[in-house]
Design a protein. Sequence first.
Length: 103
Amino acid sequence: MMDDLLFQLKKRRLALGLKQNDMLMRVGISRQQYQRLESKGNPRLDTLALITKGLNSELMIVPQEKLNAVLAVLEGDDDKHKTEEQIRKSLSDDPWQNILEDD
């Protein structure tokens, strides 16, 4: 689970066109600290919240019983026929896909 989270942080940073050096100006974390966090870190909750804010993102807890609905919204209506495993795989490949598309 932590590896997935760290991968998502890295993927989001790259999607925004940011380098690890850029995180110093955005959230006050040096390149070395951020590199360590992305590669094998176990960030504190306040650090994770700070980083997600710096990546123009939100950190949230989704109740297990609502997970499918949240995943479906993130994936778009055309994915209603997909299984939960297919949705999870698709999101893990690109958790930000279609997030800003207009309907």
